[in-house]
Design a protein around this ligand. Sequence first.
Ligand SMILES: Nc1ncnc2c1ncn2[C@@H]1O[C@H](COP(=O)(O)OP(=O)(O)O)[C@@H](O)[C@H]1O
Ligand SMILES: [Mg+2]
Length: 233
Amino acid sequence: MNQTIIELETLRKEYRSGEISVAALQGVSLTIAENEFIAIMGPSGSGKSTLMNILGCLDQPTSGCYRLGGREVSTMSDDDLAAVRNRDIGFVFQSFHLLPRLNIVRNVMLPLKYSDIDLVEARKRACDMLARVNLENRLDHVPNELSGGQRQRVAIARALVNRPKIIFADEPTGNLDSKTSVEIMELFSELHRAGQTIILVTHEPEIAEYAQKVIHMRDGKIEKVEVNASRPM
Ligand SMILES: Nc1ncnc2c1ncn2[C@@H]1O[C@H](COP(=O)(O)OP(=O)(O)O)[C@@H](O)[C@H]1O
Ligand SMILES: [Mg+2]
């Protein structure tokens, strides 16, 4: 069994604005090991993005424990958190979040800006990652010269360029047609086989099928955890 990378204990998240408060997470406990491929599913409003944002250290829970790689996240300083987000975590979003004026090499190099890697090495790493997602022939292109699937592959290359411990993807195929979605999921599967830990949010069962384990959320709680027998752990 691989080492535990994520541990959540009775995590709660309340959003407050004035008199109104929304209990978005209502006691979520969960353990994820290195090299697991997890899908989080559930209806709109069930807390999936809230959970992802906390797991990705973009937001803090109202109460409960979150240990990432054995460290309690709530005790980390802002600098620690920024370092963890930059070095240990890669993010992939539904709407790609690429910078339109930069070519794709520059886009993929962005996360390396705050590391001590020099420009030559950074460019080389970005090009290697773009080759890994089969975009080595598009290096000079800017995002709007590419298809949706190609843009998402650039975003995946950017998420990987720092060699993160975990990739978080929130509805990564939400803006893609079904054929392109399959290509993107095949890419995630390949990364998983190469050892990557992947946590992905989707509301599509066909996408969740690629994961080893599906966490079903409802009303801010884990309703059930389903193990996918056709994707061995
Ligand atoms: N920034 C916020 N402020 C207030 N309420 C929020 C905020 N973000 C999410 N919520 C509420 O928290 C609940 C869970 O939302 P979310 O995590 O986005 O669900 P999902 O991603 O599953 O659709 C919803 O009721 C939503 O309206
Ligand atoms: Mg969401």
